[in-house]
Design a protein around this ligand. Structure first.
Ligand SMILES: [Zn+2]
Length: 238
């Protein structure tokens, strides 16, 4: 069964400049972001500086870990490999059909460049998050403490989380490694979730639905292959 990267657990804090060069949005720095035969590039969500020990995964040959997703391609799944800080290779597209005005009208070609930083999620905070998910799943909200509610409010949950146990609307996606040369291409149980991004990753920027109240409905999930570091991104909804 697919699982979660657990070696480092952190949340992304928007509009805070830290010691590392993390950012949301901006112009992509990589070649190879247009699927073959198409002119519409992938959308860049985050660029994480892997010199920060809070980034839970590394990619060989690159300092920066870019999170790309194929919103315009009918929100299918995409698989890619980070070749260097200047190039990615798209390994898989669920569909190459470009849906006009999707996910919503006048969808931006790129998201506004926004500095972000990472803050560790402590063992107790992680326990709070996991207990909250369980309470929600079983409709046991009343057992969730005031202190824990205050933590969610203060941190602006749902935030983008790197590493750790995460909410999965439809269980952990079971997908093979998108790299046909990889041993795990034949199996669909080894990809590990390392990031989940929600509708409003930074204030007033909407990925799926430009309604400010829409926070929870759709998640964008990023998984990595522990053997070859190829990335698989997809979405799931309630
Ligand atoms: Zn692989």
């Amino acid at each position: 069964m697919s699982d979660f990267v657990m070696n480092s657990i952190a949340r992304v804090v928007p509009n805070v400049v830290g010691s590392f060069h993390h950012r949301f949005g901006g112009t992509p720095a990589h070649r190879g972001i247009k699927p073959r035969g198409n002119s519409q590039p992938l959308h860049l969500l985050y660029t994480f500086d892997t010199r920060d020990p809070l980034v839970p995964v590394r990619v060989r040959g690159a300092r920066y870990l870019p999170l790309y997703y194929c919103f315009s391609y009918n929100a299918g799944a995409v698989g890619y490999r980070v070749v260097s800080d200047e190039e990615i290779t798209i390994l898989y597209m669920e569909t190459k059909h470009v849906e006009p005005d999707f996910p919503y009208e006048n969808y931006p070609n790129e998201f506004p460049k926004t500095p972000v930083s990472l803050t560790p999620i402590s063992y107790d905070e992680h326990k709070t998050l996991v207990y909250y998910l369980t309470c929600e799943d079983y409709n046991l909200h009343k057992y969730f403490s005031k202190e824990d509610r205050a933590f969610l409010k203060q941190t602006g949950y749902p935030f983008t989380q790197l590493g750790g146990i995460q909410r999965m609307w439809q269980d952990t996606p079971e997908a093979p490694c998108p790299n046909k040369q990889c041993e795990y291409h034949k199996h669909n149980c080894f990809m590990q979730v390392f990031a989940v991004v929600w509708n409003q990753p930074v204030p007033k920027v909407y990925l799926w639905d430009d309604d400010p109240k829409s926070r929870w409905e759709i998640q964008t999930i990023f998984q990595i292959c522990p053997l070859c570091n190829s990335i698989y991104a997809c979405n799931r909804c309630t």
